[in-house]
Design a protein around this ligand. Structure first.
Ligand code: GTP
Ligand code: MG
Length: 205
């Protein structure tokens, strides 16, 4: 995570995906859970991924890579971070919600270079029905994923501990899930180093 990261591509539908190359690490979760904020915290750049108070901010698969790669031939970056549109935001126009959900599901199911998905769960809400659908899809597609609790600064420490234990227990039933749940606050910088390390191990660096 040493060098500056840059935005390379926004993908509105599957046919605009870049050719499969570097390993991809994707961030999925309900609208407003804090996906874009977590990517910014990871790379230490405040405004790499666009964030907003209003759910539905990220509307495409946004690809980020470390700066300094030509993008041509065999000069491939070691990995790409993929910020995803959120799911479960009922207030946006139905066509948009359907398109984002389809894109998210198609991508998660069908991307050979997708190495690991971080599924973000708001620590105030825990795992909801639509999160369960995503976890089941990842289990079925045998795509490796890890659960990350977000916004832990918004609840008290004992509540974080309790939710972590509960979530850990739920995750044990999911075959493709990494057995340890991470807990983070992008706002306070909590758990970010642990997540960086987890990603580095995943992509083999
Ligand atoms: P969509 O792209 O709309 O799906 O949202 P997202 O999941 O990318 O969420 P985003 O990062 O845009 O954050 C949503 C809101 O939550 C913003 O107002 C952030 O400032 C806030 N937020 C994100 N992470 C944290 C956190 O760790 N703590 C607190 N208190 N707020 C956070
Ligand atoms: Mg976003």
């Amino acid at each position: 995570f040493g060098r500056p990261w840059i935005f390379i591509r926004g993908v509105p539908s599957m046919k605009f995906l870049p050719p499969e190359g570097p390993l991809e690490v994707a961030f999925a979760g309900r609208s407003n859970v804090g996906k874009s904020s977590l990517i910014n915290a990871l790379v230490g750049q405040k405004a790499l991924a666009r964030t907003s108070n209003t759910p539905g901010r990220t509307q495409e698969l946004n690809y980020f890579v470390p700066d300094g790669y030509s993008g041509g031939g065999d000069d491939l970056p070691p990995m790409a971070l993929v910020d995803m549109p959120g799911y479960g935001y009922a207030k946006a126009p139905k066509e948009n919600v359907d398109a984002w959900t389809k894109l998210v599901f198609d991508y998660l199911r069908g991307r050979a270079t997708l190495k690991r998905v971080y599924v973000l769960i708001d620590s105030r809400h825990g795992i909801k029905k639509n999160d369960d659908e995503v976890l089941d899809l990842l289990d079925k597609a045998a795509v490796s994923y890890q659960i990350v609790l977000t916004k832990t600064d918004k609840i008290k420490e004992p509540a974080v501990v309790k939710l972590l234990a509960e979530t850990q227990e739920k995750v044990r039933k999911h075959p493709a899930a990494f057995p340890f749940v991470l807990s983070t606050s992008s706002e306070k910088g909590k758990g970010i180093d642990e997540l960086r390390q987890a990603i580095a191990e995943t992509v083999g660096r």
